[in-house]
Design a protein around this ligand. Sequence first.
Ligand code: PMP
Length: 361
Amino acid sequence: MTRRVHNFCAGPCTLPLQVLEEVQQEFIDFHGAGMSLIEMSHRSKEYDAVHTEAMQLAGEVFEAPQDFEVLFIQGGATLQFAMVPMNLLEAGQPAGYVNSGAWAKGAIRDAGFYGDIYTAWDGADADYMRMPASREIEIRDNTRYLHVTSNETIGGIRITEWPDVGVPLVADMSSEYMARSIPWDKFDLVYGGIQKNLGPAGMAVVFVRKSALAHSNRALANYLRYDVHADKQSLFNTPPMFAIYLLGKMLRWMRDKGGLAAVEQEAAGKAAMLYEVIDTSGGFYNCPVAEANRSHMNVVFRLPSEDLEARFLSEAAGHDLVNLKGHRSVGGCRASIYNAMPSESVATLADFMRRFASDHG
Ligand code: PMP
């Protein structure tokens, strides 16, 4: 019997068993070609069908309007920290960034090499435990876009109300990609790494408004140009075929579950199970995040002492509840419950947490 644990890793993370089994089944002889997908040409008819379907499904399942291009780009979300300003900023145009925590800081740092970047709101005073209201965000004249990190994977905070600030938004949605609907009118660009809700690591899906491409920077290495990826339907060079193939399978899996609305509702329900345990534990568990901004994907919590946290993690692992340690920069515990995490696994964790609290509280 294959062993499968309850894997609460923050990314790469658990994927649906059904998808893994399908991949396993068709791996060695892909659709009768006598070779696997990763051994064939990216110009073959078999791969072409995989690629085209993944692109179509991305538009469909994300409910992206026709005036957005979908791009598959290697380098994860991290490369987008640089590609966004490189492509979108023209001379004399600043861009505002919401500094909401560790990942926003990464985006701000890298963007600073390529444009006039300013911090439009800084969460430092709140210890990065909340997101800003629109009125707190300061937008300077001529701002090209406001960059937000919709869900801080390490801090466990999410934007509840998208900012309404009169300039187009750009969002890093890596850790809640395909887990919430996107009000496309507000955005010029949305990006995310796919290794949480959508497949393996190493690639980003980028949605960019076609009108924004009309002015994008051409004085860049080809791979760094959004317009080149758009013109070539993300086949400018050899694409990460296996990642795109799995992305297609994940998108189909989510479409069959009922699409975005169903997934979003399920995510809220799974998160509520854990926050309820935390809130009714009489202070044994503590979630430091402002209630309105609690993440639906990364539930962070502390126990009364580091000793108890260590014990919690080791006893949890004994019950096959693994990867619950908080990020090394902040400590504590974190349960990442992305789309492929079954409700039953979240319920198993919730039960374990209740038992642990009553044994040690
Ligand atoms: N942004 C966020 C919100 C993330 O969680 C991560 C990865 N955990 C990244 C960016 C970086 O993604 P990648 O490793 O794919 O470059």
